[in-house]
Design a protein around this ligand. Structure first.
Ligand code: AMP
Ligand code: MG
Length: 495
C-alpha cells in the first residue's frame, strides 16, 4: 500500500442519479463492538485508520476519512414478487471504493449511519441486534468459503433507536465487491424507463466481468456488455445458491434488491442456518407464505435472473427478437448450471467420486430420512464424514449426534456405493462438511449480551467460526445442535 492511498469514486462519476452525496449523521458516544483486524490487513487498510479512537469516531459517522465522498445509491426491486420502483440506500452510506493490495476494488459502506434521500421516512439507523447478526454471519460465511460481503467493524452508537421498543443503535462497516444489485439495474430500466441504463450496465460489466467481456469479444466482437453481464450473473448466482443449499443456509429475503450482481451474499436480515433438516424450512417472520423457504431458493434466484434479463433486453441486441432469444438462452442455462455445481458439492459432501444417475435416489432417501427423523443437517453430514474417515471414536461427534435406525440402514446402502472410496474423497468430505456453523441460538445469545454492553461471546463465536471445518476443544458447546428450548424458530429483519 502506498502511504497516500485513499478512496476511489468510480461509481460516483456516473452522476448523482446513481449516487447522491449524503453525509453520515453524528452519534452520541460510539463504542467498539468489533474490529476485524484480519480483514483490515487483507484490504491493505492504513494502520492509522485501525482500532483507535479517531477511527471509532469516523466509522460511527462523527467525522470523515480524508478522501471519502459519502453518498447513497439509487435502486428499486421486487419485494416478495411486487415491484417497488424506489428503494435505494435508506440506511446505508457508501464512503467510496478501496483498492486492495491485489488490485481488487471493493466498496466500503456504513450501514445504519443515519437518514439519506432514500430513507422514505425511516430513521436510517440500525439496532445493535442486526449489526451483530450481520457481523457474525457474514464473517462465518466467508470462513465457510461462501462468497459474501464482509464486516470490517461494528460500533455501538450510544443512541437509542425506536422499533417495537427502544433498542440500542449501532453502525456496521460493510465491504463488498460492489453493492450494485439486480434492483439497481431495475431502477434504471423500469423506474427510469431506460434512461441511464447503458451507463450502469457498461460500468458494472467492466468492474466485475472485464475478463469475460474481453474473452467473449475475442470470439465475437459484437458481443454486448449486457449479454456478458447476464451470462456471468447467471453463472455466479447459480454458484452462490448451490453453495447455500449445500450448507443449509436460508437467506430469508431473496428480493431482487438483495441480489448483488457480483455474486456475493448480501443482507443478513432474517437469515439463518437450519438445525434440523426440513426442505420447507422458513425462519423469517415476514415470509408468511414461505416464498423464500430453503427448498425454494434456487427457483427464486432463477426468477430474479429472469427479471434482470428482461431489464437488459434493449441492450442485448438492437434486434429485439434476437435479444429475446439470446436472453432466453442465458436464463435457460440456470437450471443446468445450478444442478452441475450443486451435484459436485453434494458428491463432495457424500464422499462420492462423481454423481451418477443412480445416486439421486440414494441422496433423496438420505434427505427424507433426515426430515422424517428430525435430524440435524450439519451434524448428519459430519457424522458421515467421521464414518468415512474412520474417526467416529476420536472426535466428540458421537456425544453430539445419534443416528436414527433409519439412517443406520441408509448408511449400509451408502457404504456399498462407496466401496471404491479414496483418501482424496475422504479429505474432500472433511472440507465440505463443517463441524460448526453460525447457529441461530448462539447468534441470539451474542446479540442479547452485546445489547447489554458485553461483547465477549460475540468475540468467542467470531473466533470459533473462523475455522469451521476442524474440531476444536470447546466443541461440545459450539458444534452441538440446540436443545428444544434453545431452538430459535423465528428471525426478524430488524429494519
Ligand atoms: P432491507 O430490508 O434491508 O433489504 O431494506 C429494504 C429497503 O428499506 C432499503 O431501501 C433500505 O434502505 C430501506 N430501509 C430499511 N431499514 C431502514 C431504516 N431504518 N431507515 C431507512 N430506510 C430503511
Ligand atoms: Mg436490502
Amino acid at each position: 500500500m502506498s502511504i497516500s492511498q485513499t478512496f476511489e469514486h468510480s461509481y460516483g462519476t456516473l452522476g448523482t442519479d446513481y449516487l447522491t452525496p449524503t453525509a453520515p449523521t453524528p452519534v452520541s458516544s460510539p463504542k467498539w463492538l468489533a474490529w476485524n483486524h484480519q480483514l483490515a490487513e487483507q484490504l491493505g487498510w492504513p494502520q492509522h485508520w485501525g482500532h483507535n479512537d479517531s477511527t471509532l469516531s469516523t466509522l460511527a459517522g462523527n467525522a470523515q476519512f480524508e478522501g471519502s465522498k459519502p453518498g447513497a445509491t439509487a435502486y428499486a426491486g421486487h419485494q416478495f414478487g411486487s415491484y417497488n420502483p424506489q428503494l435505494g440506500d435508506g440506511r446505508a452510506i457508501l464512503l467510496g471504493e478501496w483498492r486492495r493490495p491485489d488490485g481488487q476494488v471493493v466498496d466500503i459502506q456504513l450501514k445504519g449511519a443515519g437518514p439519506t434521500p432514500y430513507s422514505r421516512g425511516g430513521d436510517g439507523r440500525s439496532p445493535v441486534g442486526p449489526v451483530v447478526r450481520e457481523y457474525l454471519m457474514s464473517e462465518a460465511m466467508h470462513a465457510l468459503g461462501v462468497p459474501t460481503t464482509r464486516a470490517l467493524a461494528a460500533i455501538a452508537t450510544g443512541d437509542p433507536v425506536y422499533r417495537q421498543q427502544l433498542e440500542p443503535g449501532a453502525v456496521l462497516t460493510r465491504v463488498a465487491k460492489s453493492h450494485l444489485r439486480i434492483g439497481t439495474v431495475q431502477f434504471f430500466a423500469m423506474t427510469r424507463q431506460g434512461t441511464g441504463l447503458a451507463e450502469l450496465v457498461n460500468y458494472v460489466t467492466e468492474r466485475h466481468y472485464s475478463l469475460a467481456l474481453k474473452q467473449a469479444r475475442e470470439l465475437e466482437p459484437k458481443t454486448t456488455h449486457a449479454q456478458v453481464l447476464l451470462r456471468e450473473v447467471t453463472r455466479t448466482l447459480a454458484n452462490l445458491v448451490a453453495h447455500w443449499q449445500s450448507l443449509g443456509f436460508i437467506h430469508g429475503v431473496l428480493n431482487t434488491d438483495n441480489m448483488l450482481l457480483c455474486g456475493e451474499t448480501v443482507d443478513y436480515g432474517p437469515c439463518a442456518f437450519m438445525d434440523t433438516f426440513a426442505a420447507g424450512q422458513v425462519f423469517s417472520s415476514i415470509d408468511t407464505g414461505g416464498r423464500y423457504a430453503f427448498g425454494n431458493q434456487p427457483g427464486i434466484v432463477h426468477w430474479n435472473i429472469s427479471v434482470l434479463a428482461q431489464c437488459l433486453l434493449p441492450l442485448i441486441d438492437e434486434d429485439q427478437e434476437k435479444a429475446l432469444a439470446l436472453a432466453q438462452d442465458s436464463v435457460d442455462q440456470f437450471p443446468a448450471l445450478f444442478t452441475d455445481i450443486y451435484s459436485a458439492r453434494l458428491a463432495a459432501k457424500f464422499g462420492l467420486d462423481a454423481m451418477r444417475e443412480s445416486d439421486h435416489a440414494l441422496i433423496e432417501s438420505f434427505f427424507s430420512q433426515l426430515e422424517k427423523d428430525k435430524l440435524d443437517f450439519t451434524l448428519a453430514f459430519r457424522w458421515l464424514t467421521e464414518v468415512a474417515n474412520d474417526s467416529l471414536e476420536t472426535t466428540i461427534l458421537r456425544d453430539l449426534f445419534t443416528p436414527s435406525s433409519g439412517l443406520l440402514d441408509w448408511k449400509t446402502q451408502w457404504s456399498n456405493r462407496r466401496t471404491q472410496a479414496t483418501p482424496a474423497s475422504c479429505e474432500l468430505m472433511r472440507k465440505a462438511n463443517p463441524v460448526v456453523i453460525p447457529r441461530n441460538h448462539w447468534v441470539a445469545q451474542a446479540i442479547s449480551l452485546a445489547e447489554a454492553g458485553d461483547n465477549e461471546l460475540m468475540e468467542s463465536l467470531q473466533a470459533r467460526w473462523q475455522n469451521p471445518y476442524h474440531w476444536q476443544d470447546d466443541d461440545e458447546k459450539f458444534a452441538a445442535a440446540p436443545t428444544g428450548e434453545q431452538q430459535v424458530h423465528r428471525t426478524y429483519c430488524g429494519t
